[in-house]
Design a protein around this ligand. Structure first.
Ligand code: SLL
Length: 262
């Protein structure tokens, strides 16, 4: 029999949003001193949390980024706490193969993502002009990871308030500087969220939400679709994430009660 903590919670799904992307600069550039001959661009490829989002390292423990074979040591591995990023110089675009490795208590295998490096200005004429003027091209997308039927142990860490501690540290350090990273929910990250009815723990198949909850999986997908279409407004994504946190926390409470009652 598996240890009770590695037992999976049925009809439950956890979800996290995060960012995969790259930035690129035309050389010469102070961030990339002494590039090899023929290298025209400096770039950084990364896997990042949403600004103000919960700590990514709750679930993400290691990232492997595999570069084009023309690079020495093409396979780069970064362990938590990261940052999960690779800086390089080069001349051409290619697909970076990305493997995400999860917290051991999740019991989940690594998953694969790809990010095609974008080194040249793109978009409308106006956008291109701006990218050239600032000598910065950024190509990012909002990614989602889903954990189906998580283990009890993993679930516990994923609904913990501790995941916002890393933002509080930034707040102390960053006064007057990095305002955009400051977490404003002084007390509970979920305090201002509206009440939502929760009817039953196992009420709904697969969503992790209870039957009757206003926040359905379908609605979530629509919101996410909108985010992606609208160029992924990260503030909105964060708000979305916080709502999810709240839902999970409530569910956790209920689950605790349900388990205790057995
Ligand atoms: C192209 N298919 O032809 C792509 C290949 C090669 C990327 C891109 C240099 C590596 C190095 C580099 O940028 N490789 O010299 O270390 O455009």
């Amino acid at each position: 029999m598996p240890a009770p903590t590695s037992k999976r919670i049925r009809n439950t799904q956890l979800r996290r949003h995060f960012i995969i992307g790259n930035e690129s600069y035309v050389l010469p550039h102070p961030l990339f001193p002494d590039p090899p001959d023929g290298h025209t661009k400096g770039w950084k490829v990364y896997v990042r949390p949403l600004p103000n989002g919960p700590d990514m390292t709750t679930w993400l423990k290691k990232v492997q980024l595999k570069l084009h074979h023309t690079y020495a040591n093409a396979s780069r591995t970064i362990e938590a706490p990261g940052p999960f990023e690779v800086s390089e110089t080069g001349y051409g675009e290619f697909g970076v193969e990305i493997r995400l490795y999860f917290a051991p208590e999740s019991g989940e295998k690594a998953v694969y993502r790809e990010h095609y490096l974008v080194l040249a200005p793109y978009g409308t004429d106006e956008q291109k002009a701006r990218q050239e003027r600032e000598n910065l091209v950024v190509s990012e997308r909002l990614e989602t990871i889903e954990f189906n039927e998580p283990t009890h142990d993993f679930f516990k860490t994923m609904v913990s308030e501790d995941q916002f501690e890393w933002l509080k540290v930034l707040e102390g350090r960053g006064k007057g500087r990095k305002k955009e990273l400051v977490f404003h929910g002084e007390t509970e990250p979920t305090a201002q969220l509206p009440e939502r009815p929760i009817a039953a723990v196992h009420g709904d198949s697969g969503t992790g939400m209870a039957a009757g909850g206003a926040w359905s999986r379908l609605y979530e997908r629509q919101v996410l679709g909108q985010l992606q279409q609208s160029g992924a407004s990260l503030d909105q994504a964060l708000e979305h994430e916080r709502r999810e946190m709240e839902s999970r926390r409530r569910k956790m409470e209920e689950l605790g009660m349900a388990v205790a009652a057995k």
